[in-house]
Design a protein around this ligand. Structure first.
Ligand SMILES: Cc1cc2nc3c(=O)[nH]c(=O)nc-3n(C[C@H](O)[C@H](O)[C@H](O)COP(=O)(O)O)c2cc1C
Length: 210
């Protein structure tokens, strides 16, 4: 399928066939798509938690405004921001750069200083909203990759981040969920996903300045 056909096929699926599981290989592809996402300064201030546990998924339903797709989906991808973003985040990034690109620390001293300055200008609240912005780029990438593989998904903000953090033991890892993505395959009861998309007409969506 071409990209537009895939995106037209994609829909927020609320009725998953709980018997149909996404293969491990496809889950890995989706996670890799998330990892390949562009982020501000390349810092990737978030992680994806792959939840594949019916019991825990069921337990999360009451903390997801009773949205049953959390229980019925094959897996839940939980996008969680890092809550400790500091000089170490930058050090880790440059350590990766040294290892992967075979460069030396002295080659990017200025770059590193300007990144440190940028981060130091943010208070904790600003850091969280910055990290959340980056996370949503990954969410979009993963949703598009899923559509390309004909895997259904439903982006969800309707859940209680602190409860997820508690149940999944994420606080000790300095992670706070901001958005989740149940993935799987639509069931026969899913009728909404087949309806035409409600979108602005393209002429009301784009403004061209030549
Ligand atoms: C960030 C985000 C959060 C969303 N949260 C929920 C949610 O909690 N529950 C839900 O059923 N749908 C949720 N949706 C799905 C939207 O309602 C849906 O994408 C929108 O109505 C457009 O429909 P479509 O995705 O089927 O084209 C969310 C979508 C996004 C992108």
């Amino acid at each position: 399928m071409n990209i537009i056909e895939s995106l037209k096929w994609r829909a927020a699926v609320r009725n998953f066939n709980s018997a149909k599981k996404v293969s491990q290989k496809d889950v890995e592809t989706l996670v890799e798509a998330g990892n390949l996402t562009a982020t501000s300064m390349g810092l990737q201030p978030f992680k994806i938690i792959v939840l594949n546990n019916e019991e825990i998924q069921q337990k999360l339903v009451p903390f997801s405004y009773n949205q049953k797709q959390v229980a019925d989906a094959s897996h839940i991808l939980i996008f969680a921001i890092e809550t400790e973003i500091n000089q170490q985040t930058i050090e880790n990034y440059f350590q990766r750069t040294i290892e992967i690109r075979n460069v030396e620390a002295k080659d990017f001293e200025n770059h590193k200083n300007s990144m440190s300055n940028y981060l130091s200008m943010m208070d904790e609240e600003r850091k969280r909203s910055w990290a959340t912005n980056q996370t949503y780029i990954a969410l979009g990438t993963v949703m598009a990759a899923a559509a390309d593989l004909k895997i259904d998904s439903c982006a969800m903000e309707g859940f209680e981040p602190e409860k997820y953090q508690e149940i999944l033991n994420l606080k000790s890892e300095n992670l706070l969920p901001v958005v989740i993505l149940p993935i799987g395959y639509r069931s026969e009861e899913e009728k909404m996903a087949e309806l035409p998309k409600v979108r602005k007409a393209l002429e009301n969506f784009v403004i061209t300045k030549n």
